[in-house]
Design a protein around this ligand. Sequence first.
Ligand code: FAD
Ligand code: NAG
Ligand code: NAG
Ligand code: NAG
Length: 441
Amino acid sequence: MDGDKTEVVAILGAGAWGLSTALHLIDAGYTNVTVFDQASEVPSPYSGAYDLNKIVRAEYEDEFYTELALEAINRWRTPFWGWNFHQVGYVVATSSAAPAKAVDHLEAALSSIKDHPVFAPGISSLNKSEDFKKIYWQFSGPMTGFKGYLNRLAGYAHSSNAMADLHRYLVSRGVKFILGAQEGKAVKLLYNTSNPSERRCTRFQVASGRVHQARRTIVCVGAYAATLIPEMGSFVIAKCWSVAHVQLTERECDYLRGIPVLNVRDLGFFFEPDPATRLLKLCPLGAGYINSDANTGLSLPPSGSQRAPKDYIPASDEKKLRRLLKETLPQLADRPFVDQRLCWFSDTSDSEYCVDFVPDTGGSLIVLSGDSGHGFKMMPIVGEWVLKLLRDGRQVRPRRQFRQTQKRDADWGNDVSWRIGTTKEIREVVEEQDRMVKARL
Ligand SMILES: Cc1cc2nc3c(=O)[nH]c(=O)nc-3n(C[C@H](O)[C@H](O)[C@H](O)COP(=O)(O)OP(=O)(O)OC[C@H]3O[C@@H](n4cnc5c(N)ncnc54)[C@H](O)[C@@H]3O)c2cc1C
Ligand SMILES: *[C@@H]1O[C@H](CO)[C@@H](O)[C@H](O)[C@H]1NC(C)=O
Ligand SMILES: *[C@@H]1O[C@H](CO)[C@@H](O)[C@H](O)[C@H]1NC(C)=O
Ligand SMILES: *[C@@H]1O[C@H](CO)[C@@H](O)[C@H](O)[C@H]1NC(C)=O
């Protein structure tokens, strides 16, 4: 089925996946595409990709995602996307203190690519700290007990710039953007229930009260999915990780230029410094934080008056990052962190994406969610999955299907092999910080 390309399409959310969707629709000939976002500009500070950089790696333990990521990397290496892609290579490691789960994950990731015809020539295993020192000759830290590998067919992308560039391009192609807390923020989907066998989403309301009509409404609001489609709260939850930066001088920045992304599974990861801001970005690794509402059971990013960490990251995360720096760049280990924040994404229990029609809506409502914190790298190809969905009329890939029900239990999501530790509530983080501040007084 090849649909009517003049039909009115509304994309809610101008993050990594919403922008990609707009691009592929317009390339396929759709002529009436409007993108809404609650932020007043793109990139949106509410986007999980509002950031200097994201890892673009291709190794997954599972072939399904490896092949998708390879396809995405091939796209990143084209003139259209290449401005923001930096193929500096990607080192995955464990430190001497790594728990068994981290070591197992590393071995599984390596075995998924070491014999893969595309990757094999670019893989080197790194068996001891001397091997790391050859690659990271700038690092004076001991890298005690580090083990891992380098994959040259990987690197990172400047995620904020990729979104800014694509936004500009889409505007030039005639995609309409409606932005801002009043006119751009969708607050309610409206359904026509006159046909008892379906509830067709025909309109939606934005914060100003204005109502828009669309034949297709495509919800790409990341961590906020359950605000518009509450039933999604049973299988996607808003989760966050910490982000912190070290401010470097121009000379320090030049010195570190070109280093591969370093991901130490039991500590965290960092990237070559951003030349424009001279910031070295760091992310601790762990199971993340959620924000459950006691009444609804839903986890959503904090809103309004709710207390949430601002200008600091959880103490345990800071400890991990300082250890990571001591092992690698000890001269930076005691520098203050700047621009510290929590970054929200949409998590599923098994880390599978959801790209599907919402059931029984007559094809009117599509949702893209469950990026599970590994969806940015797919930005060049996500919109193709939406086109395929429109062509097929239904989701044929079980791994991207909308899940009707799923029960949340205490271990939810902690099974995912690349997550270490257990998920905490934001509330606990705030209380912990209060106690620390009090103890210091
Ligand atoms: C700390 C951290 C590190 C990460 N690292 C990586 C990595 O290394 N590699 C990787 O591939 N991925 C990574 N990710 C994941 C990546 O950021 C996400 O997969 C990606 O941003 C998902 O895109 P999205 O469009 O679904 O959501 P988002 O990019 O979050 O965009 C959602 C958009 O919806 C808008 N919105 C929300 N509610 C509304 C509303 N009601 N009305 C209108 N607009 C609304 C928001 O303003 C935002 O622009 C990381 C995520 C985090 C948090
Ligand atoms: C898009 O559809 C709306 C509603 O039908 C219509 O008013 C508008 O003119 C259309 N825009 C384009 C570019 O076709
Ligand atoms: C690490 O060990 C593997 C075999 O276990 C070997 O093939 C590889 O060359 C070694 N790497 C280095 C950098 O010495
Ligand atoms: C709802 O759908 C019916 C047809 O199923 C149509 O006749 C009616 O006009 C629609 N109502 C609205 C408000 O769009």
